[in-house]
Write a protein that binds this ligand. Structure first.
Ligand code: BG6
Length: 479
């Protein structure tokens, strides 16, 4: 058999984005509102109304992706652009917009990787059903999927649901809803409903589009034990079950990891499982696992205690202590700083270049399926110089060291088929606005939403743009 040396010839080099974070045009083409249009995670930053105006810049943006040599572009479809009320009447203008995007990608031979749902639930469904806790969401989602599969049959790669696991893991505050604590029972019942919905969508995709590939897109990590203490090792295993394997085991094996049931018992979680749920999951057979991975976690054992949120100030968005709190899982473990992580030589920030190598290997061994990296990257402010340049050497270093390790991972057996980091162009981050930039393409706008309405939002090529172009042209040999 052939030994793996470097990246496969047809490796999917590209980048990612999501509808809410790039499109703007929230009131154009008959689009209905999403939950992200009425409430942002951080009121001091840009809303998602205008974002990076991909809605009117898509041709220019796709031409820039082609200039970088992209083989793939991962983007999401806005559910409420297709179905303004979440279900019922279909917007032809919405269908046409993504038809135009797909045609434009086709022109340059860029493979679309389409996320069906990326956080931006139609507001109408939130109001009507109260979100994913309600099993009526299953039909609503599958109906939306059917419309996409019928209208865009040429799409080869479909992703069901972006970072479903993070909505549970960080969901103890209903950040986009009431702002109040949510019970574990509600969170895991929502997760179960969302998994049944995804399993049904996978079945439907295979029925309607037998040549297409469909898989989930959770944020997957691997937990490093905080020490050689066996308790920390077990905590790391249990954390992986709770944070990661719960979602992928469900769709690949049709069951939840056993250790999670112990966590459920401690946290009074009782799942409302209907008769065929596990059978639907067991038989759906995803074709690949998409996964977002920004860095692996490091886990320290925690005995069980009742979490108390009363000391957490959610109104202070600059204070991220609430995020640390949400990463505490009593009875399992908590995330701690890892002193072995690399230090970026430009800005001194810590990061984990091994994350994808380790996690892609782990996923390949566990599921025996191809894996596609759907997000990874480095968000921070950039400076546009007077002569129109962006010297983002910190980002280049971060990506370069990650890609080096990824390549070794492939040589070690990880069945990684592509790398689509976050993000193609600058976009509005989930909590930190447009100032936290991730793109290879700079978008000239600031947090001011009023100005954004008329801003030209001119695009600029960052240094990382020119660098990534060479990486792709050399199939990862020139880093
Ligand atoms: C992932 C999401 O969680 O990470 C993206 O899928 C998000 O939508 C990205 O933008 C980066 O996180 P943040 O909070 O910096 O936007």
């Amino acid at each position: 058999s052939e030994t793996n040396k470097g990246f496969p010839k047809d490796f999917l080099w590209g980048a990612s984005s999501s509808a809410a974070q790039v499109e703007g045009g929230f009131d154009q083409g008959g689009r209905g509102l999403s939950i992200w249009d009425v409430k942002t995670l951080n009121p001091n930053t840009a809303s998602f109304h205008y974002a990076s105006d991909f809605y009117s810049h898509y041709k220019e943006d796709i031409a820039l992706m082609a200039e970088m040599g992209f083989k793939a572009y991962r983007f999401s479809i806005s559910w409420s652009r297709i179905l303004p009320e979440g279900e019922g009447e279909v917007s032809q203008a919405g269908i046409q917009f993504y038809r135009n995007v797909l045609d434009e990608l086709h022109k340059y031979n860029i493979e679309p990787v389409v996320t069906i749902y990326h956080f931006d639930l139609p507001l109408a469904l939130q109001e009507k059903y109260g979100g994913w806790i309600n099993r009526q969401m299953i039909d609503a989602y599958v109906n939306y999927c059917r419309i996409l599969f019928k209208n865009y049959p040429e799409v080869k790669y479909w992703l069901t649901y972006n970072e479903q696991n993070m909505l549970t893991f960080f969901g103890a505050f209903d950040m986009l809803g009431s702002g109040n604590p949510k019970s574990n029972n509600d969170l895991y019942n929502e997760a179960h409903v969302g998994l049944v919905a995804q399993a049904k969508a996978i079945h439907l995709c295979h029925e309607l589009l037998p040549d297409a590939w469909i898989g989930p897109a959770p944020n997957l990590t691997t937990s490093y034990p905080a020490s050689a203490d066996p308790k920390d090792y077990i905590a790391a295993q249990n954390m992986d079950d709770l944070r990661n394997n719960f979602y992928t085991d469900a769709l690949v094996f049709g069951r939840y990891p056993q250790s999670v049931y112990a966590y459920f018992e401690m946290n009074d979680v009782v799942l409302d499982v209907h008769e065929d749920d596990f059978e639907i999951m067991r038989t759906c057979k995803p074709d690949f696992i998409g996964f977002n991975c920004y860095g692996n976690d490091t886990t320290e054992h925690l005995d069980y205690y009742e979490l108390d949120f009363s000391d957490v100030d959610m109104s202070d968005n600059t204070n991220k202590s609430y995020l640390m709190k949400l990463m505490e899982k009593p009875g399992v473990g908590k995330s701690v700083v890892n002193p072995y992580f690399a230090e970026n030589s430009v800005d001194g920030n810590r990061y984990d270049p091994y994350a994808i190598r380790v996690t892609a290997r782990r996923l390949t061994e566990r599921y025996h399926l191809p894996v596609l990296l759907t997000e990874n990257g480095y968000g921070r402010p950039d400076t546009l110089t007077e002569d129109g340049q962006i010297h983002d050497d910190y980002r280049i270093e971060h990506l370069r060291e990650t890609i080096k390790q990824m390549k070794i991972g492939i040589e070690e057996g990880a069945q990684l088929i592509g790398y689509c980091p976050w993000s193609a162009m600058d976009l509005v981050s989930t909590r930190e606005g447009i100032s936290k930039r991730y793109g290879f393409i700079y978008v000239d706008r600031d947090e001011d939403d009023v100005k954004a309405q008329t801003a030209e939002m001119k695009r600029y090529r960052k240094d990382s743009f020119h660098w990534y172009k060479k990486v792709i042209a050399s199939n990862g040999e020139i880093l």
